[in-house]
Design a protein around this ligand. Structure first.
Ligand code: GRF
Length: 198
């Protein structure tokens, strides 16, 4: 698989760790970062994974950027694309090459609290339950078929920092689990674009 990141890469790390401990039988062939300064690049390098850091300039035309990324991921032999805190959209050049094989993680229960601030938006709205969603990416952000969701309770008096920590803890369990289902061929998109797990 190829992993797309932009930031700290803790979800990338969770996947690396599951591969290292033998509970996830998969290989990360390339990590692509939309930011050269992303801390996740060091995590990849430390694990001996090939990396590609893209500069901001390449995103002047996002379709061109996706063509570059797709070419490199194909060259590396990626069969699945895992978006892990990737703060850019993916477009047709990439999606068309990996149909229903590009996944994303979102720190809220979609379709609620879409966008870049899912945790804070849910917290400020005062919801009592939020959570984590893993879904297929499609051209419309945060709206691809939902693969898995897990809830997180917003406890009385919880701070935003505490909620963030609780969400990330769930992400780090859920994402490697879903990636495992995916690479085992157990995730099926139905004709109505819902998802079944076998
Ligand atoms: C995660 O909360 C993920 O849900 C969101 O961005 C964050 C990435 O964190 N899309 P990290 O880079 O994996 O640490």
């Amino acid at each position: 698989m190829g992993v797309l990141i932009s930031g700290s890469g803790t979800n990338l790390q969770a996947i690396i760790d599951r591969i290292a401990d033998g509970s996830l039988n998969a290989e990360i062939v390339l990590v692509v970062s939309s930011r050269p300064s992303a801390a996740g690049l060091k995590r990849a390098a430390d694990a001996g994974i090939q990396t590609l850091a893209l500069s901001k300039d390449i995103y002047a035309d996002p379709w061109d950027a996706d063509e570059v990324i797709a070419t490199e991921l194909k060259r590396a032999g990626a069969e699945y694309i895992v978006m892990a805190g990737y703060m850019r959209k993916v477009h047709e050049p990439l999606l068309a090459l990996w149909p229903d094989r590009v996944v994303n993680i979102h720190p809220a229960l979609l379709p609620s609290f879409q966008g870049a601030h899912g945790i804070q938006d849910a917290y400020e709205r005062g919801v009592k339950v939020t959570g984590v969603t893993v879904h297929f990416a499609n051209a419309v952000y945060d709206q691809g078929p939902i693969i898995a969701q897990e809830s997180v309770r917003v406890e009385e008096g919880m701070t935003l920092d505490e909620l963030e920590a609780a969400i990330h803890a769930v992400e780090h369990q859920l994402y490697p689990h879903v990636v495992k289902l995916l690479v085992e061929g157990r995730v099926h998109v139905n004709d109505d674009r819902t998802v079944s797990i076998s």
